[in-house]
Ligand binder design. Sequence first.
Ligand SMILES: [Zn+2]
Ligand SMILES: [Zn+2]
Length: 136
Amino acid sequence: MDKKLIESEAMAIMDEAAARIMAPYEGECLLCYVYRQLTEFGCDGGHRFARSFRDSTAPRATALLRNLARAGACCCDCEIFLNAYRLGPRPLVLHFKRSSAPAEADDEEDGEPFLWCQGVRRGSTQGCGNWVRMWR
Ligand SMILES: [Zn+2]
Ligand SMILES: [Zn+2]
């Protein structure tokens, strides 16, 4: 079997796995989604996560990338968090335990902090209450 073919099959499997991981949660907002993906996969220098959010939850939001560009994220996803939005004063942060034991209120510091989306209407491209707009 030639090497190219093996590589392309491996790529196909990875693409499939990535597509599963990359789907936004039900009600997850654009910003939490992009933030989560950037933490996991990093920025590729384009708007791949903003684009995949739009394609999977808000296909009619054709102005999304234009609006992001106007907000300061002209060229890639991570610019959204450098130039346009930052975490607000009261983001919803949950703590997940590595163990399966239920978390006690007083030892939540032991859990891994995890930004949890406060949720938006389906089809919305707004950020949830975790985020505030940066004004420069
Ligand atoms: Zn970037
Ligand atoms: Zn959110």
